[in-house]
Structure formats: C-alpha cells, structure tokens
Ligand binder design. Structure first.
Ligand code: ADP
Ligand code: MG
Length: 828
C-alpha cells in the first residue's frame, strides 16, 4: 500500500491537482501513467515502483519523484509492468492544449494481467484467465473468465485441495478474493483482494442476470452453485466497475462439472509432464500431441489434456471422428489445409467486441472466415461433432470490399478503407489528391518564373507547405512571397495561393480520415452484431482443429483407437511412452504389454535396477489411459481402457524447493492426498515413494500404503520401488502381482532389455549401473569387495537372491501385516 501522495509546499499547480484527484480515484496498487505531451509520466510512489522495473531514470521536479516513458514506445513499457504483476491505469489527454487552459484528462483503461487484450501481451497458445474464488458454507466456488475470448466458466469444490488443483490447471494471471476472506485464500501468489460487497451472493446473482438478460441462472445450469456464481458476479463487477471494460462478449456461463472430468492434481500434472516439463514443451504430452493449425485449437487441446472426460459417449464421438478422418486421409489433409488459413477468430472477435482492435483485425477476420466454406465442404461427408460452424459469406464480402489491402494499425492514420466503398470518401480523397498534384506542379512553375533552380516546395507539421530558397538566391525572390522563417542557409516563404490550396488539401485529408474512422467503427459494429455466431463458429473450428491434429498425430506415430469400458480392466498391448518414444535418439523404444485384472493383478509392484525403465513404463500406462480419455488415439497396438475417475502420479522425494517444504514432507502430503481421494476407479502411479527418509521408515510407509490401496481402495496401482521386500506382498494379497524390468549380465556388464516380465527382480545391480555412470575403477572394485562381504555376513542374504518367482507363490515365512520383515543389509 502506498501513502496518499502529498505535494510538499502549500500550493498545487492545477495540473498536479488534477493528477491527485485522479490518483485518489484509483486503488492504491494501480500505477497511474499520466499523459503529458509526448510522454506518459508517473509521480510519487508510482515512479519509485516503476523506475527500476522499466529501467528508466527516477528524477525529481519540485521535490516530486517522477519518471516517464515516451508515448510512442509505451506498449513495450506497459508490457513490462504488466508482466511484473502490476496493474496500470492510462490517463489520456482528452482536450487539445490551449493557452491558459488546463488540458483535460481521463482514465482510458486499466490494464491488468488477467484482462489484457493486446496480442503482444498474450501467448496465443494458452488461455489467459482472470479468476475469483469464494467460500460459502462448505462450498468453494471458482469462476474464471478469459477476457480475450469471452470464455466464462464456474465450478464448485468440496475441498480446498480440489480447488488448488483446478487453479494449478488453469493458472490464472489474476485471482480475485473477497477482502473478507483474504485469510482463507491469501496463500495464492496471484491473489488480489477485492471489495467483499461484489461477492455477496444475491447482488452478484442479480448482476449476472442483468448482464445476460435472464431471470435466473438456471438455464446455465448454475441454480445450485451459489458460491461460484458469487465469484462470477465479482469478476463481472471488477471488469465493469474497476477496469472499466465493456463485457458484451461474455455471453454465457458454462459450468465445469468435476464429476464429468478425470481429476489430475497439480503434482500429478507435473510428474506426468502434461503441459510443462523441465526440458521444454517438446518433452510434454501436449508437445507431442499438438499438431493444431490454429491458436484456438492449441488452447483447446491444452484444456482437453488438463480436463480429460469420463463421459464414454462424448469420447466415442471424438474417437469416431478421428477414425473417420483416418479412413479418408485425403479429407484429413484438405481439412488441415483449410484450417491453416484460419487465424485467431476467437481473440480477434474478442478485441473487436471490446471496442479495441483495428482495421487489420477486420482484415484478418475476413481472411479467416473466407476459409470456412472450403472447410465445411471438406467436412461435408463426415458426421462432424461440431455442428455450429457457419460460413459468413455476406460478412466476408462486405469486409473485403471495404478494407484496403494493407490497412494501417492506427485508426487515425487513414488508408483503412478501400476506394469505391464510400463515394463521399472517394471525393475527399480526389480533392486532396488534386491539391497535392497542384502543389507538386508548383515547384516546377515557380522555378521557371523566378529562375531559381534550387527552389523547393516542402511540408512540415508546424508551417504546413512552404517554399524554400537557399541564401545565395535571395535576391531573385519575387515580391509576392511572404517570408515565414529564416534558417541557417535558407529562407522559407509562403504565398496566398499556396496557403489556399493547402487548406483545401489538409481540410480534405482531415475530413477523409475522420470519415474513415467512422466507416471503420460502423464495420466493427456490424461484426459485433454477429458475435454469438462468430464465437460458436470459432469454438467449432477449435474442436475440428484439435481432432484433425490428433488424427494427424495418430497417423504419424501409429496410435490406435482405444476401446473404452466402464470396468476396472486395463489391457494394453505393445504400449509405448508417447513422449519418450519420439525423443529417444540412441535406442529404439521397446514396447511393453500391461494387463490389470481386478482379481489378480490390481496392484503391480515393479522392481529392477536403476535406469532399467521403471519410471518410463509406469508413466506410459498413465499417459495411455489419460490420452484415451481426452479423445485421442493411443500409442499401442491394442488398448482396452476401463475408464478412470482420477489419475495420481507420485514421485518419491522429488525436490520442491520452490515451495519451501522438506522434500519428504511434500512426498507425504502428496501421498496423503491419494489415500484420501483415490476410489476403486482411480489409477495410481507410485514411483519410489518412501525414499526421502530412513530406510526402515520409508519401507514401512511404502508397505502400509500399498496394503491400503489393495485392501481398502481397490484401485489400479503401479508401484515402482527399490524396496525388494515389498515383493513379498504378492504372497499375502490376492490381487498383488510382481513384475520386473529385464536386464542381462554379460561379462560383468549390465544390458538393459527394457522388457517388463512377471516376477520380482533378482538383484539391484547398483554397482554395474555405477560403473556405467563412470565411477572410477578402483572404487567399483572396492565396492564389489564390500558387497560380497556384506552379503556373506548379512543375517538373511538369500532374501535378495531368490530370483524371479511366480507371482502367487505363497511362502511360509509371511510377514505379518504392518510389520514388514526387513532385510536392510542387502540394500546397502
Ligand atoms: P528407472 O526408473 O528404472 O531408473 P527410467 O524409466 O528412468 O529408469 O529409464 C531410464 C532410461 O531408459 C530412459 O531415460 C530411457 O532413455 C530409457 N528407456 C526406458 N524405457 C525404455 C524403453 N521402453 N525403450 C527404450 N528405452 C527406454
Ligand atoms: Mg525411476
């Protein structure tokens, strides 16, 4: 918070008084950029905050700290401030400067990270959300708007963890929290307190009803969602009243129903490298699946991956469509060609409907819409799931006939409108053109008349047109020239005839530009009247684009259509890891089968040396299930997927320094979440959990977790572990099965075969792997000696050497539940 700015000294200049009044009307954390001639200036605390971010000098005038940026380069500076998390109010001059009168100014807009429209501030591959959360009774409500496209959704959650996960998926740029609930939600980095009044459920609902022009929100399916509609009302309030944004393009509210989606918590999203990975986008599921041609498609695919479906019918429609495209590759490539020409209709229409956007946007829109008839024709023979796509032949024709071929970005520059669109405009242009050619001829005529060869007719913004004569020829200047200005080596003159023509030219030019702006606004308005259809068409195109992209990926990488079931089965033949398969360079990817059977292999324990391929394999199973439920085909030769309701993926002791928690604590938190939330329909992937603590603790925890998942939850689980002791579970639990990753020893070397085989691994090959990693030879030799010594003196060395065993072989010496028998020497 900043202190209210105070001028030192008794009297404010009128300009500073105007500034202060404006500053007081804004929230304290909004920076005010105040237009002064060719600069935007900031004063007081604003200047101190902004100067280091913008890397500009902080100066002082009359003890007032200030800094400024030139207006013509303001976009870049504003972008820097917004990226640094600031909100920026722009005060523009609204009256012309005139002597003795203060220039009037108004706040034109407030730019905030969650509501930007400017394309250079947006990543076209991802949505940009402004969200609000609200707690009402036990319900946690979330509302989320993408102001650049008009997408507006709500969702309610029963517990905090689920809300956190959804926020991790959506990653909003701004998150509004009622100032009365700041203590509940203050932990979010993007959280921003907002007037608690705006969140009151009744006024908020009323505000939404008024905005959408409806009597109740039942039609949107929001009747029983008071917490999230309160949040939605607050967002609308914030956009309209604080940011002063028109919101006409927010046309409806969509409910995201959690039980329609496969829930993927934040940690699993990270561990599966769905969207981001440490090694870049190329190494993510999104990266390998994304063959979309339009930004709308790219954003939708991202959403699909983060919100897979549990609705078999809806998924069937997606799979059918991909299958149909693959059956007719010619149509697929034609569709993709048509899509190639379509740009970001969603955001273009978003900008135009906001009173932003320029003639280039209209041109881009017309270009994009012009490709729709071809796309519809290509789709014609297929039963497309996207019915809402419409062509707009009249609009395209109208825009193409109106907008010039290379329109300027600025609305005031002129040249936006094509000749022949408006006879009034054509006349004004002819007038100015004729005047200009008269002036061009004048130079030649005056040279003849005066005999001065070097005479020039020139133009500048201060004097308009003038005649310039170099100093050496001044004697030849005729009497009817009036001197206007003396320069170092020339004089400048005007004549009455020149000025008369100048008035005509400039007057016509001025009027033409004004008329062009009016015509542009009219065209923009015409587009806005079609807003609904345009938004729906854009959404339909996004869907077709995603499905065509998935079909293309399936074709390129040999993905097959999965069979979806409501069972707890999972049977994958020749499954591959969709990402690693594409990025491996030295080796060929080795496919593997996976079968989960509710009766005898629900929980699978996977052992094997480091680097054998355990982590890869267990993730590949999760990714195949997830892909099947986004509607994609999967990397396998056959796949039957009993649909899952949640996917969990945990990695033991993964570092999470950014959250400032001990790694073990993080691991246990994440594990607790699984135990509390997994159901018998979930898929759980556990990669070496229990590693971040002493061996005894770790093993005990891993053991107890496995037992619970098997006995109580009954979910499909893949557990990769180096605790060989865990393989004993197969002896006491009917649906636990052991697997290992095959390796072969050859001349004391280890060869990784990458094949998953039934049974437990025979030993851990730690020393061989250490040698592969380049540990010096004497150390390897010494380690071998120590190992054989330990094995010899260990109490139960044979435990580690029993070799692969059939999975249900019962042993006599069963460890009692919760009291695992431990043989830790072998692990050294
Ligand atoms: P682990 O978890 O057993 O230590 P990883 O799953 O991390 O092993 O795999 C180690 C490396 O082995 C991977 O980075 C990859 O290069 C290679 N790899 C794993 N699985 C396969 C496979 N099925 N085919 C080919 N290479 C694989
Ligand atoms: Mg691993």
């Amino acid at each position: 918070m900043q202190a209210p700015p105070q001028m030192s000294g008794p009297k404010l200049t009128p300009m500073m008084a105007q500034y202060q009044a404006m500053r007081r009307s804004l929230p304290a954390d909004v920076l005010l950029l105040y237009r002064l001639g060719d600069f935007y200036e900031m004063f007081f605390e604003d200047a101190k905050t902004a100067a280091p971010i913008l890397n500009v000098a902080l100066t002082k005038r009359n003890t007032v700290p200030m800094c400024g940026v030139p207006y013509h380069a303001a976009d870049g500076y504003i972008a820097k401030l917004v990226k640094a998390g600031m909100r920026v109010a722009i005060a523009e001059q609204t009256s012309e400067p005139s002597p003795g009168k203060i220039v009037e100014r108004e706040i034109a807009r407030i730019i905030s990270a969650g509501s930007v429209l400017e394309s250079h501030l947006l990543d076209d591959q991802r949505p940009n959300y402004l969200a609000a959360v609200f707690l009402l009774g036990k319900a946690r409500g979330l509302a989320c708007v993408d102001h650049s496209t008009g997408e507006f959704t709500v969702a309610e959650f029963a517990d905090q963890a689920q809300l956190d996960d959804e926020l991790a998926r959506l990653t909003p740029s701004e998150l509004l929290v009622s100032d009365e609930q700041l203590s509940q939600f203050g932990g979010y980095p993007a959280a921003q307190p907002y007037d608690g009044y705006a969140f009151l459920p009744d006024p908020a609902r009323q505000m939404l009803c008024d905005h959408f022009g409806v009597h109740s929100l039942d039609g949107f399916g929001c009747a029983d969602a008071p917490a999230s509609t309160a949040a939605a009302g607050a967002i609308l309030h914030y956009l309209i009243h604080q940011l002063r944004r028109p919101c006409d393009h927010l046309r409806s509210l969509r409910v995201r129903e959690n039980d329609r989606h496969v829930l993927i918590d934040a940690a699993s999203q990270r561990n599966l490298d769905l969207i981001d990975s440490r090694s870049g986008k190329k190494h993510t599921l999104l990266g390998v699946l994304d063959r979309t041609k339009t930004p709308m498609g790219a954003r939708l695919l991202r959403d699909w991956i983060l919100h897979p479906l549990r609705d078999r019918e809806a998924l069937g429609v997606r799979h059918d469509f991909i299958a149909a495209l693959l059956a007719q590759p010619f149509i697929l490539s034609k569709c993709r060609e048509s899509l190639q020409g379509i740009r970001d209709i969603e955001r273009t229409v978003g900008r135009l409907s906001q009173g932003a956007g320029n003639a280039r946007d209209l041109q881009a829109l017309a270009n994009s819409l012009a490709h729709i008839p071809a796309l519809l024709e290509d789709l014609g023979s297929l039963s497309s799931p996207c019915a809402e796509i419409r062509p707009f032949p009249d609009l395209v024709e109208h825009l193409e006939a109106s907008i010039s071929d290379e329109p300027p970005a600025n609305l005031k520059d002129g040249g936006m409108i094509r000749d022949g669109h408006s006879s009034e405009l054509d006349e004004l242009r002819a007038l100015s053109r004729d005047g200009k050619s008269w002036i061009a001829k004048l130079q030649e005529e005056e040279r003849q008349r005066t005999g001065i060869d070097s005479l020039k007719v020139k133009f500048n913004n201060v004097f308009g047109y003038f005649i310039e004569v170099t100093s050496s020829k001044l004697a030849m200047v005729p009497d009817d020239y009036t001197r206007k200005q003396t320069m170092a080596n020339c004089e400048r003159y005007i004549t009455p005839a020149l000025k008369e023509m100048e008035n005509k030219v400039l007057g016509a030019e001025e009027r033409a530009k004004k008329l062009e702006t009016e015509l542009f606004l009219e065209l923009r308005q015409q587009v806005c009247t079609r807003l609904d259809e345009l938004q729906k068409t854009a959404a339909g195109i996004a869907e077709v684009d995603v499905l065509c992209g998935l079909a293309e990926t399936a074709q390129l990488h040999g993905h097959v259509r999965p069979v979806l079931e409501d069972s707890r089965n999972l049977a994958i033949a020749n499954g591959r890891h969709p990402v690693l398969e594409q990025t491996l360079v030295d080796e060929k990817f080795v496919p593997n089968d996976s079968t989960f059977d509710p009766d005898d292999s629900l929980l699978q324990i996977l052992t094997g040396p480091n680097m054998a391929g355990k982590s890869t394999y267990i993730r590949q199973v999760a990714l195949i299930a997830l892909m099947a439920q986004t509607g994609a085909f999967v990397p396998a030769s056959d796949a039957v997927v009993g649909m899952v309701d949640r996917i969990f993926c945990r990695v033991g002791a993964s570092d999470d320094l950014s959250r400032g928690q001990s790694t073990f604590m993080v691991e246990m938190n994440e594990t607790a979440l699984i135990l509390n939330h997994a159901t018998d329909r979930s898929l759980v992937i556990l990669d070496e959990i229990g590693r971040g603590t002493a061996t005894f603790d770790g093993l005990s925890i891993a053991w107890a977790v496995a037992e619970h998942l098997h006995d109580v939850v009954g979910c499909r689980t893949l557990f990769a572990t180096h605790y060989h002791e865990l393989t004993d579970l197969a002896n006491t639990r009917p649906a636990v099965a052991n697997f290992n990753v095959a390796v072969r020893e050859w001349n004391d070397e280890i060869i990784f075969l990458r094949k998953i085989l039934p049974g437990a691994a025979d030993k851990s090959y730690g020393i061989q792997v250490a040698r592969l990693a380049g540990l010096p030879k004497p150390i390897i030799e010494r380690a071998k000696t120590i190992l054989s010594h330990l094995e010899l003196h260990s109490t139960k060395p044979e435990a580690k050497k029993q070799g692969p065993k059939a999975k249900n072989t019962r042993q006599q010496s069963l460890p009692a539940a919760n009291q695992p028998q431990m043989d830790l020497f072998g692990e050294l």
